[in-house]
Design a protein around this ligand. Structure first.
Ligand SMILES: Nc1ncnc2c1ncn2[C@@H]1O[C@H](COP(=O)(O)OP(=O)(O)OP(=O)(O)O)[C@@H](O)[C@H]1O
Length: 509
């Protein structure tokens, strides 16, 4: 009989892989590829297993179609008797960040306690600056009543907000990470956690409206919660320049220098603004070298990488690039939908609604609102303001009608992939399931290619997205299909007639 020493727990991941392969058998490849494969098993910081779905829609699908069976299989394969939770990625990320923040704060409070201070003595903030608009200084201990994480966070936020003009809502909890900003997000968390200062300064760059200011604010909030006694300075490059120029005129440069150079963490937003301003650049250069020498953390944002900031003097440019340069890219479709989902969840909660708008509405906003996340947020706010309590039950047509006047491009009736598949299958006397199946005979493969081509023409879906909706196929298959049909349209009269007939039906629907 094995002794206790030989006992090793079965990992939740191992249990999940057994559950997943049983599900594949039971559900078949279509639902498995659409819902099970894109979901992931995660283990929370507290050790609890959670099945995380990429979207709220997928979570709802599990709840309706497979959750009971998953729980049965899980109980069968997990001798540890753990309970599997189900969450959408957004919910999971938010909850996990809160758990991590809570843990970090309790560690901070433990350190304070073991140093002989009570929770109520942990200093949160006090100001000693000549320009309170720019500096958050926590040098002098100011006892506050602290009744746990929320009180500490609220107090820290109130202090920083009053002093430094940070925005309350721009935190890690409200930031949605995904392709395009994942690395910037991870680095921001690392800076905010006062982790290894190997990369210093950190320089984030990217197009307007894709979350640079949001990340900088989030770093300030979290860094403050984790080290309440640290001096955090947050300012825009414009503020830096204006305050510096004013200090020169008032002959108070020494105060300005002292305030900025005594920061533990300096965050400067939109540093490109300093281009062409020689004396401010000189001052920033000396500030940066002084802080780096003392191993203080510095973070910048700009609309371009340092090498392209040609209006900034070469010496400063080179120092800006000397740590870590990290790009924020435009958001892909999945991230846009994630952000819309998060925003709608917040608004629905605020409006006291019990349900979210249908996934088609989310998809429509993501597809039809051009521009950055700022524009996307504007559209979601407009929709919520116009729909009010009806927000959760809006149909696609109602959402279109409400948003249409604000969209730059007029919104045509939206054709869906599902609709194209049904029409095409019908036209070729097939079933929709045939188009999603593995069958490769010409009589099925050609109509499938036609349907893929129609999707590319009449929807805004990407190649990978279309592939996923055709039984989880790869984007190269869709690419090939689109090329093939384009060739055949020139050479095969029958295909040309089929495509024309289908296009007419789609338009008249
Ligand atoms: N990943 C994200 N998750 C949630 N909200 C986001 C995300 N990215 C951007 N936003 C929101 O979009 C809006 C614009 O973002 P932000 O101001 O941070 O952009 P920026 O890159 O600093 O642009 P600019 O250079 O114009 O100031 C903000 O309201 C922000 O909260």
């Amino acid at each position: 009989m094995p002794g206790l020493n030989n006992w090793s727990p079965i990992l939740p991941e191992t249990v999940w892989s057994k559950v997943a392969s049983a599900l594949r058998q039971e559900l078949g490849d279509g639902p498995y590829n659409s819902y099970v494969a894109p979901s992931a098993l995660k283990v929370t910081i507290d050790g609890d297993p959670v099945l995380v779905t990429p979207t709220v829609y997928a979570r709802d699908w599990f709840q309706r179609n497979a959750l009971r069976r998953i729980h049965e299989l899980w109980a069968q394969f997990d001798p540890e008797g753990r309970v599997l939770d189900l969450q959408s990625r957004i919910d999971y990320d938010t909850a996990e960040r809160q758990r991590q923040a809570q843990k970090a704060l309790s560690e901070t409070l433990d350190v304070a306690k073991s140093a002989g201070r009570s929770e109520a003595d942990v200093p949160l903030s006090s100001v000693k600056t000549n320009d309170p608009a720019i500096v958050a200084d926590t040098g002098v201990a100011k006892p506050v009543e602290l009744s746990g994480l929320e009180a500490a966070q609220a107090q820290a936020r109130a202090d920083l907000n009053r002093i430094a003009g940070l925005q309350d809502r721009l935190t890690f909890e409200t930031f949605v990470a995904g392709r395009g900003n994942e690395f910037a997000y991870t680095m921001s968390r690392q800076v905010a956690g006062w982790g290894d200062g190997h990369f210093n300064p950190v320089f984030f760059h990217g197009p307007y409206g894709y979350g640079k200011t949001h990340l900088l604010n989030a770093i300030a909030w979290e860094a403050k919660v984790r080290r309440p006694d640290a001096k955090i300075v947050y300012l825009t490059a414009e503020k830096f320049t204006n305050t510096f120029v004013k200090a020169v005129m008032d002959r108070s440069q020494s105060v300005f220098k002292e305030e900025i150079r005594s920061a533990d963490l300096l965050l400067i937003d939109d540093v490109h603004f300093i281009g062409g301003k020689t004396s401010s650049q000189e001052e920033l250069f000396h500030t940066l070298t002084a802080l780096i020498e003392k191993n203080r953390r510095v973070v910048f944002t700009a609309d371009r990488p340092p090498t392209q900031l040609t209006e900034i003097e070469a010496r400063l440019r080179s120092h800006l690039s000397s740590g870590l340069v990290c790009a924020l890219d435009v958001a892909d479709q999945a991230l846009r939908i994630g952000i819309i989902e998060r925003k709608l969840e917040q608004l629905s909660r605020r409006l006291g609604l019990s349900r979210m708008p249908h996934v088609d509405v989310l998809q429509f906003i993501a597809d039809s609102v051009p521009g950055s996340i700022r524009e996307l947020e504007g559209a979601v706010n407009t929709l919520a303001a116009s729909a009010g309590a009806r927000l959760g039950s809006l149909t696609l047509d109602e959402a279109m009608a409400l948003l249409q006047p604000n969209l730059k491009v007029s919104v045509e009736r939206r054709v869906t992939v599902d609709e194209i598949q049904k029409l095409t299958a019908d036209h070729f006397s097939l079933k929709q399931a045939d188009l999603l199946s593995e069958r490769r005979t010409r009589s099925v493969a050609r109509p499938r290619q036609v349907a893929m081509w129609l999707c590319k023409q009449h929807t805004t879906r990407s190649y990978p997205d279309i592939g996923r909706r055709f039984g989880g196929r790869d984007h190269t298959t869709v690419l090939h299909a689109v090329k093939k049909i384009e060739e055949l349209l020139q050479s095969d009269e029958q295909i040309a007639r089929d495509v024309e007939a289908l296009t007419r039906k789609l338009r008249s629907n």
